[in-house]
Write a protein that binds this ligand. Structure first.
Ligand SMILES: Cc1ncc(COP(=O)(O)O)c(C=O)c1O
Length: 467
């Protein structure tokens, strides 16, 4: 009935997911008595602990009722609530804005030039000259003199993080990250074999004394930070703190890996400090060495345009080029042709993105104030989401209930390196405005349902895709 299962670590979530689908599809009719935990463990070839946890997850999401003496029976989460389901799935998991206004027209223009791409080299580990020049020029215009030789183009920000981790980190090296942080970055450093240390960030920003002391004490090989409109908190690091951080990193021999995937998403932050690495160039090292900057068009323009890049000194770029072939053999030329045009017109295109974010932030804030006034939802001055504080812990259980009702959500602990943040939820404001209201009403409903249940100790640890 349940098929072959994957790795032990996610086995219970997979098992629960499969049973949930069977119940939702009606292949296990409501009221059916499920096998005992012991019988199912034997049948599925899994430990009893896995099955116990799977059944608990099903109880949490409202798909199973267990009673002493009569076993566990399939049900649906609050059958009366089914009518409240939205007509389509609400996505509060990814912060994925729609393509920016003007992109369609720009792609249409570039289409006429497409046949020319056959003159480009086929395998292109570094990136095409025109795009690298456009990216370098933009850094230069923003206050950080940059040559195209300091740029390598990747197929997005995530591959840029993964390549940096792979090239710079050796097994057991220390990597510093923020907590909370963008989870797939954390995973990339972990996969490279790093031992992780973390420094806290809140919606009010960094604990700078903690960060500086941690660098001094642990001397990490790399420190990965999102200094502008941090994902998920939305915080930005003050310019004077950037300079202090750089000095501490230089003294400790730490390379700062600054993720600027969200740098252009300024809604109404009253200052713009330019690229982080300019503090390095001001402070004795003209090429900004000691800082590796990562960029992406995913959030500012469109996540379907899989273009990111790394800016570093030339020696580091050479290392990255050498390390790249084990992961991929280059960036497709069609995307690069479009991206070159996009980067040259960035200042104009981004105006529409900021307008979109301003309107959607207001809509989410309004919906939260109306339906969940007990939650604290600080207003970020940029970025794509709110890092909301719940009135009591329960982010993971809330996520389970919402998923069962067709709404995807990532619980707060997915952004931590140690399972904390049960009191937090990242809510992106990138969905259509109507969905923001529907989604918040669903959250409010599920939160009320949760309050009427005994607290659960089981956490749904399905891998999150928290983009
Ligand atoms: C901070 C940060 N860096 C990088 C990425 C990945 O970007 P890309 O879609 O370009 O791979 C994301 C995606 O959510 C992000 O939030």
């Amino acid at each position: 009935m349940t098929g072959a299962l994957g790795s032990e670590a996610v086995a219970y979530a997979e098992l629960a997911g499969r049973i949930r689908v069977l119940i939702v599809d009606g292949r296990i009719p409501v009221g059916t008595r499920l096998p005992s935990e012991r019988d199912l463990a034997a049948h599925a070839g899994r430990s009893r602990t896995t099955v116990v946890a799977a059944y608990q997850a099903l109880r949490d999401s409202g798909h199973l009722i267990s009673r002493q003496g009569s076993g566990s029976r399939a049900t649906l989460p609050h059958l009366a609530d089914v009518s409240k389901r939205p007509e389509h799935a609400v996505n509060f998991a990814g912060s994925i804005p729609p393509p920016v206004d003007g992109l369609r027209e720009l792609i249409a223009e570039v289409t006429a030039e497409l046949p020319d791409i056959t003159t480009f080299p086929g395998f292109d580990l570094l990136g095409n000259d025109g795009l690298r020049e456009a990216i370098a020029d933009r850094y230069t215009t923003r206050g950080l003199p940059t040559s195209p030789d300091q740029i390598i183009v990747t197929t997005g920000g995530q591959p840029a993080i993964a390549l940096t981790a792979q090239a710079l980190v050796r097994r057991s090296d220390i990597a510093l990250v923020e907590s909370p942080t963008y989870p797939h970055a954390y995973e990339a450093f972990q996969r490279a074999g790093a031992r992780m240390v973390a420094t806290p960030v809140t919606t009010s920003g960094w604990d700078i004394p903690h960060l500086l002391a941690l660098i001094q004490q642990t001397r990490p090989v790399v420190a990965y930070l999102i200094a502008d409109f941090h994902n998920p908190t939305g915080a930005s690091m003050a310019p004077e703190d950037r300079a202090r951080l750089l000095r501490a990193a230089r003294a400790a021999g730490t390379t700062l890996v600054i993720d600027e995937a969200t740098v252009d998403l300024n809604i109404d932050r009253p200052w713009d400090d330019g690229p982080f690495a300019q503090h390095a160039s001001r402070d004795s090292s003209p090429d900004g060495s000691g800082v590796i900057t990562l960029g992406s068009l995913s959030k500012s323009i469109w996540s379907g345009l899989r273009i990111g890049w790394i800016r570093a000194d030339e020696a580091v770029i050479r290392r990255l080029v050498q390390a790249r072939p084990s992961g991929d053999l280059g960036t497709p030329p069609i995307e690069q042709l479009i991206a070159e045009r996009v980067v040259r017109q960035m200042d104009d295109l981004i105006v529409g993105r900021r307008r979109f974010l301003r309107q959607h932030r207001a809509a989410l804030s309004h919906a939260l104030a109306r339906h969940l006034p007990q939650w604290e939802a600080p207003w970020p001055d940029g970025g794509l989401s709110m890092w909301v504080q719940l009135d009591h812990p329960g982010s993971t259980a809330l996520t389970s209930i919402c998923r069962a009702r067709g709404m995807s959500l990532v619980p707060g602990p997915a952004f931590s390196i140690d399972g904390s943040f049960e009191r937090f939820l990242r809510i992106p404001f990138t969905s259509p405005i109507a969905d923001l209201d529907v989604g918040v009403r669903m959250l409010a409903d599920a939160w009320a349902q949760l309050a009427s249940r005994p607290p659960s100790t089981v956490h749904d640890r399905r891998p999150a895709s928290a983009l």
